[in-house]
Design a protein around this ligand. Sequence first.
Ligand SMILES: [Zn+2]
Length: 298
Amino acid sequence: MILSIVMARVHKLAILALVLAITSTSAMPESEAKSSAWSRARKPAKGSAESIGGYSAGCLRGAVAMPAQGPGFQTMRPSRKRVFGHPVLIEYLQRVANKINASHLGPLLIGDLGQPMGGPAPSGHSSHQSGLDVDVWLWHPAVAEKRRLRPKERESLQAKKVVDAKKKQVSAFWSDDIGELLRLAASEPEVSRIFVNPLIKQRLCQATDTDRDYLRKLRPWYGHDDHMHIRLSCPAESEECVNQDELPEGDGCSELDWWFDDEAQAARKLGKAKYQERVGALPTLPDSCNEMAAVVAK
Ligand SMILES: [Zn+2]
């Protein structure tokens, strides 16, 4: 009797030890230090601009900050300070903003770019690490066409969902101007792809008669119902930069059914859970990134 109680205790301790072992390997002090080095960095790493590694396991040298405002654009949630990117991303955004401005589609309301040295962020995204990703609002308040948004508004305004998931169609906040914004954004040569909600892609597949080429770059993905996630290809002089796989051939319009298929819902939910698991998880970074983090971690 006593022996069995003792044995049960030993068993419990063994389980506890195992749990502790698993917990401590998944949060190794060294990698923890590196992770916070990325979020602690206040300044870009010095040197010529270079995107290193992949979108979800990389970092950035020689980052440039997106200005808070300029012709046709404003940054949103400036207190998050995720305003850094490779210079090609900053130039791209300013060029698109100018076109938006000229076409009176604006303004471009810009969400997160990346941290000063890129790298994994403590919250919000698993990508945006190599200075080539940016979130841009789809909807904007009418007042933003008449005057600049005030600092308070830029912090507190909520983006509106331009699709209605229940009705499986675009919402009242959709407009054809948003479609035109997506076409302009995707048509620039640096763009690798733009992630949008599948209902947005479906809408544009149905509405676009001519010039369907840009549709190929619009990739359906979970969420992305109030913003588009623009991803640029690796810049020419970034030798350690890792591109995503080539886009499949064609405009992808006939492959959207999977997203709306009820039988695929279970798989869809599983995929979403897996995606969210990755957010905040620590990726294996290239050596060049670890060296960069080590300087800040000191
Ligand atoms: Zn994003």
